[in-house]
Design a binder for this molecule. Sequence first.
Ligand code: PLP
Length: 418
Amino acid sequence: MNLSTPRPQADTGAAPDWDRVRQDFPLLMREVHGKPLVYFDNANTGQKPVQVIGAVDEFYRRYNANVSRAVHALGTEATDAYEGARTKLARFLNVRASELVLCSGTTFALNLVAYSWALPRLKAGDVILVSRMEHHANIVPWQLVAERTGASVRVAEISPDGSLDLDALRRAMTAEVKLLAVAHVSNVLGTVNPVREICREARKRGIITVVDGSQAVPHRKVDVAAIGCDFYAITGHKMCGPTGTGALWARREHLDAMPPFLGGGEMIKEVSFEGTVFNEAPHKFEAGTPNIAGFIGLGVAVDYLESLGLAHVEAREAELLAHFTEELQKIDGLRIFGTAPDKAAVVSFLVEGAHAHDLATLLDLEGVAIRSGQHCAHPLLQYYGVAATCRASLAFYNTHEEIERFIVALNKVRKLLG
Ligand code: PLP
């Protein structure tokens, strides 16, 4: 295992040795129920390379201290590493570090937009437009805001193949729409939405855009500035980083105009009983002690992904997806949900005669980890008229051999259930 942070490698360079890359992920070496683990639940959370695990471990062993408070050496080292992670993440997304709010993940990021941007602005008659394929984190905060302001939530429908119906979306962008919230990549269907084009259309109509990038940034190069949105949310644990880390990027003018969401230490310049002067954004939105170790780990996760090259990651996952889809299509009675032309390595499926939970439970006994259920996307499953699906989601560290093992296991459990 290589504990040092790998050297960044240009995306145009040679593809990494994926077998060697896999060695960086100790968890993938374990067995489950006496069988070698096949981890196909990456859309749920990703595994961590030793470089990230080592960075978190090193923080607690060598320089654990609170950030932005202490003048002692440990405090300075911790603050430098924490702010260094913000800088790395900003560069990774092609945004300014001063516009990047560090927070616990996409759920927090979207709630921050809902409570701090939308709640003070929306009023009765306004519309929040969301797509049918959103994760609950990009639905429920808007419903809560709608309830309190009298605004309503409108749904932009999808086509049966799981792609967004762009004509319907354009038609839905009426004058009442003040905000559009859309996933960059669907966590259930894998659909990659043309967010650049969508944001351009919205901008023409003066609609504020919120893009949920949770499932995009781990799998392809994302240039947030080029997308042209107003807000972009990410979560760290799906991109090789620790849980409880994430970020919201927002245009400066929004950050300056938004009131703080949570009050406390770190987010102020001066406090007296007569009133409080808030810190500048992004610190204005970062009350309390953050997940310092987590963000330091996330900074190393960014280094790690860059060292692989996001273009290589994308190509590797596309190749795994093609193989996986081809094998699944050979199985009688297997239905795939989501066949959009541009899709990430996420495959939701059902097998005739077998309940999704039963399949997932029996697959677990074969060492195969997938997710079953509604994937925090009830409205999407309602569209397809199913109560649950199985979802297998792959990452660059998965292998063709694991795909073969998955298919053998699936055929075995299918027979047991049949
Ligand atoms: N949005 C999408 C598309 C997701 O897949 C997820 C996580 O599954 C989230 C939002 C919520 O992310 P978190 O729970 O890390 O805040």
